[in-house]
Design a protein around this ligand. Structure first.
Ligand code: PLP
Length: 453
């Protein structure tokens, strides 16, 4: 079974001949703007493993960028989608009601940790759509025009979410952008000024949030603050709980809604079904959660959950869309939730994350390029630096590492403003032997790129 295999490269280099041919055709037929340098052309995938068209076996630690927490083509998800396809595939939800949508919403309403006794959920197709709908819903409820987002944030590639996203390389030449999007500092404690304690750095970042009320938008015009519980593209940076608490207090003081963007951190990734469960355990809850990626095991789906009172303020027809909550996607989503519970995947995320973190941390003394290892559960980032003292980002090293690891059958991806972080998003169904094999390739790649082998 492919899902039990270990990484193995059988061609001289990758891409092998068949993969090279398809990559060549890809370059002809599809725009360069959506390409990447990875040499893997999939033939079949199961669990954490991808077999390419030349028979090479890759261990996938990217998981479709956080989409495959239940693994590639989980057989029970596949069966659920096939069974649904036999019955019907689509019925636009505001025309035809279908059971999968209603049942998945009901299951999520039981689980999603937002404020309120009576919760409701709507579905869309992508993370950006979920975030954009969450903002629209917050504006409708508060009747306010502005939002606050953070440095390092990534929220997507629609016009609104490009405006919300921090890294402007994702938005070159795409303006003008919507007005009313203001930015405060996200706490990046590893890079805090050396003279500040963690508490002082958190306070400084909080001051940058309240400064927005003075310098950009009075608080009474702010509908929502949108934050990632653990920044993904920004560099796998967990939000310190005391910072989250202060943000929540500020929101409460000014009637501002708190939106958690759990597009990447949701569905078991961090050791909980949602990362904001850690907030709940500390007595803090957002008003709205937007999530996507791993929700339906590889079928496009995203969600927004909030209390009914908030949704009730949205005029009919303002949110939704043709494919949102498609029947195949909802069938997959219901199965994913069942697997999360039955197979204890959030707990497995904790196990995998701990082993990965402990191992990489133990390399810090050997390899001076490793600056910081951080995360929650199985959502872990390793920040590479030119110097452990100056912490200067080392994106060049990561680029070489990603390329070298792929040559040896391990797929990893970068993150962070300078591409200086390696992110760990392995499917949570990965076996222990696969984890060990991946760590061995990862270390050997570090050594090769350092010229030690
Ligand atoms: N929000 C976060 C936190 C993300 O990580 C992403 C994608 O990486 C998005 C939003 C956008 O999701 P999508 O690419 O599905 O539109």
């Amino acid at each position: 079974m492919l899902n039990q295999e270990l990484p193995k490269i059988i061609t001289k280099t990758v891409p092998g001949p068949k993969a090279a041919e398809l990559i060549k055709q890809r370059d002809e037929e599809t725009p360069a703007a959506i390409h990447c340098g990875y040499p893997c052309v999939m033939d079949e995938a199961q669990g954490a493993m991808i077999k390419d068209v030349d028979g090479n076996l890759f261990l996938d630690w990217v998981g479709g960028v956080g989409v495959l927490n239940v693994g590639h083509s989980h057989p029970e998800v596949v069966a659920a989608v096939k069974a649904q396809a036999d019955k019907y595939m689509h019925g636009m939800f505001n025309i035809v009601t279908h059971e999968g949508y209603v049942k998945l919403a009901a299951e999520l309403n039981k689980r999603v940790p937002v404020r309120g006794d009576k919760k409701q959920t709507m579905f869309a197709n992508s993370g950006a759509e979920a975030d954009e709908n969450a903002v629209k819903i917050a504006k409708a409820y508060t009747k306010r025009p502005n939002i606050i987002v953070f440095s390092g944030a990534f929220h997507g590639r629609t016009v609104m979410t490009m405006a919300m996203t921090s890294k402007k390389a994702y938005a070159v030449g795409m303006g003008p952008f919507p007005d009313g999007v203001y930015r405060a500092k996200y706490p990046y404690l590893y890079h805090r000024p050396a003279e500040l304690t963690e508490e002082e750095a958190i306070q400084m970042d909080i001051d940058s949030l309240t400064d927005v009320f003075e310098e950009a938008s009075p608080a009474e015009y702010v509908a929502a603050v949108v934050l990632e519980p653990l920044q993904g593209e920004g560099g796998f940076i967990p939000a310190p709980i005391e910072w989250v608490r202060k943000v929540r207090e500020i929101c409460d003081a000014h009637g501002i809604l708190m939106i958690a963007d759990e597009v990447q951190s949701g569905f078991g990734r961090t050791g909980r079904l949602f990362a904001s469960e850690y907030w709940k355990e500390a007595g803090i809850m957002p008003d709205i959660i937007a999530s996507a990626k791993s929700i339906a095991g590889g079928v496009p789906l995203s969600m927004v959950t909030a209390r009914k009172e908030i949704f009730d303020a949205v005029p009919n027809g303002v949110i939704g869309g043709t494919f949102g909550g498609n029947a195949l996607a909802c069938a997959a989503g219901l199965k994913v939730l069942e697997l999360m519970d039955r197979d204890h995947l959030p707990e497995r995320s904790l196990e995998i994350g701990k082993k990965y973190m402990d191992t990489v941390n133990s390399w810090k003394e050997k390899y001076a390029v490793i600056g910081d290892v951080r995360g929650l559960g199985g959502m872990v980032g390793v920040e590479f630096v030119k110097d452990q003292e100056t912490k200067e980002p080392n994106g060049e090293f990561v680029a070489k590492l990603v390329a070298d690891a792929a040559q040896h059958g391990l797929l990893i991806e970068n993150a962070g403003t300078h591409g200086q972080v390696v992110r760990f998003l392995a499917p949570l169904v990965m076996t222990d032997a696969q984890l060990d094999a991946g760590l061995a390739i990862f270390e050997a790649s570090i050594r090769r790129v350092l010229g030690l082998e």
